[in-house]
Design a protein around this ligand. Structure first.
Ligand code: HEM
Length: 486
């Protein structure tokens, strides 16, 4: 055949060939590439790895080393869990694909009628979520509101210091017990005074995080074999009954000049049921996160006496020996701020964010993430990555002095409060109250370990129970410092 007729043949057949290959590929698309992970067995998936136990963060980090920074796990018959463990992949989940990744994966126990419909924390990004979130951001936790609540927080911390002063003569104090709920956004301190209320709030959080059969096999939902839904329902009722009286009283007075959280939501037209749910959402995430931050900060400072001395020196130099710490001092205490930041790096309380859910399938790097996957951002691994942090396992507040890295959600290597749509709405308040509480404790007391325990013997193991807590709670003996003004 001549060369020119060969060319004609090719040109003639080419469009048909292209059409044919298009049709074949359309009919049989290339298989989707899902993120790698350990072998998932039919029906049980990766349940045998016991990833749902309290050492979950360490197990996940081990698996990430093996399977990579985008990893997929399967539990039971529900959609998979996808774990991302680098700043780049976290930025995709929390920024680039934030709209798709901002749903919530809701535990079975939480879906209590009369509570669940009004929740903000467990809601997808619905209109209701937007309205409540806006109230959180612009009213309850706005700079103006946080500022207006200063005197309440100061009074509460003073109360705590007085309480601790009475225990300073050799009595052993368990730090997380005295601090739980201490520095959360307060409603006249009543939640603390009510016997058993702290315990109920803590139990509710533990139940939401506990492995529950229907979360892996929804078919067992109606049976509620572990009774988690039933217990949650009872607790929610108890809390509702407690708040109902307070809300009724405030509605009756028609005096909303206090302009606190309750006034804000009453004036926004919230029903009693909505208000009860919101109370829980404020006291729930706020209490444990703050108390465990202070407990870890104290533990790190006791283990690193040179850092403790540096902090005491900063406080003594700026505040002196004749007055108490005030919230207005905080801006002048950079080392204190660095201590809190470093604590949140090593011990981020909400280690994997609250569980996000994908509302659509999407591409993450080269992988397909199915719709309804649970997305975990592995802050634990990111905050301890030696490629990102020098000497990452050591407590070195100095790394945050003169550093632009902050926790407002723009630095994906450091995300203690999250980022994007679901970022913690209480950052400003939590940041202030954590610093203020730590400053007051360090300024007022010398802390030592009981029974002659050496700082190097302090048990620093952590466990994941919704927040990253200490396995062995910190217990201390207090002695007033001469610098104390109380
Ligand atoms: C050290 C203190 C705290 C830390 C480290 C912290 C961290 C976080 C993180 C990582 C999230 C999840 C973000 C996500 O799912 O993507 C979150 C959510 C949330 N936090 Fe905080 N938080 C703290 C204190 C507080 C306090 C004191 C309150 C309230 C008084 C609070 C209220 C909330 C609420 C309501 C959400 C859910 C937001 C939503 O789902 O849209 N947090 N927090």
């Amino acid at each position: 055949m001549e060369q020119s007729s060969m060319l004609q043949l090719i040109l003639f057949t080419l469009p048909f060939m292209l059409l044919l290959s298009y049709l074949i590929f359309k009919r049989f698309p290339s298989p989707k590439k899902y993120p790698p992970g350990p072998i998932a067995w039919p029906l049980i998936g990766n349940t045998a790895l016991s990833i749902t136990e309290s050492q979950v963060h360490l197990k996940i980090c081990d698996l990430v080393k093996k399977h990579g920074h985008v990893m997929m796990l399967k539990f039971g018959v529900v959609p998979p869990m996808v774990v991302v463990s680098t700043p780049e992949t976290a930025a995709i989940v929390l920024k680039k694909q934030d709209r798709i990744c901002s749903g919530r994966s809701v535990p079975h126990s939480v879906k209590v009628p009369g509570y669940f419909e009004h929740t903000m924390v467990w809601a997808d990004c619905t209109e209701h979520w937007k309205v409540v979130r806006k109230i959180f951001r612009t009213e309850m936790f706005s700079n103006k509101m946080v500022e207006a609540q200063t005197s309440i927080r100061e009074e509460k911390v003073r109360e705590l210091v007085r309480f601790l002063r009475e225990r300073e003569l050799g009595e052993v104090v368990q730090v997380n017990e005295v601090i739980f709920g201490q520095n959360v956004y307060d409603y006249e301190g009543k939640i603390d005074n009510e016997k058993g209320m702290k315990g109920i709030i803590r139990q509710l959080m533990v139940l939401a995080a506990a492995p529950n059969l229907p979360d892996f096999y929804p078919i067992f939902g109606p049976l509620d074999l572990q009774r988690y839904r039933k217990i949650t329902t009872d607790y929610v009722k108890k809390i509702n009954d407690y708040w109902a009286g307070i809300v009724k009283e405030r509605r009756a007075t028609k005096d909303h000049s206090k302009n606190d959280f309750l006034d804000v939501v009453i004036q926004a037209g919230f029903t009693d049921a909505q208000i009860n749910t919101l109370f829980l959402e404020i006291f729930g995430p706020g209490s444990d996160t703050s108390s465990c931050t202070i407990e870890w900060a104290m533990s790190e400072l006791i283990r690193n006496p040179d850092k403790l001395v540096k902090l005491q020196e900063e406080l003594d130099k700026f505040i002196g020996h004749s007055r108490e710490v005030r919230e207005s001092d905080l801006e002048n205490l950079p080392y204190l701020h660095a201590c809190i930041k470093e604590t949140l790096r090593l011990h981020p309380p909400v280690t994997f964010m609250l569980p996000h859910r994908t509302t659509e399938e999407f591409q993450l790097m080269n992988y397909t993430v199915p719709k309804d996957s649970q997305m975990l951002v592995n802050m634990y691994a990111i905050h301890r990555d030696p490629k990102l942090w020098d000497d990452p396992l050591s407590f070195k507040p100095e790394r945050f002095l003169n550093s632009p890295v902050d926790y407002q959600g723009n630095d994906f290597q450091y995300l203690p409060f999250g980022s994007g749509r679901r970022i913690c709405p209480a950052i400003n308040m939590a940041s202030r109250s954590n610093r203020f509480l730590l400053a007051s404790l360090v300024h007022n007391f010398e802390w030592s370990l009981p029974d002659g325990m050496k700082p190097s013997e302090l048990d620093m193991r952590d466990r994941f129970v919704l927040v990253l807590a200490k396995v062995v709670p910190l217990k201390v003996v207090l002695r007033a410092r001469s610098a104390s003004a109380f």
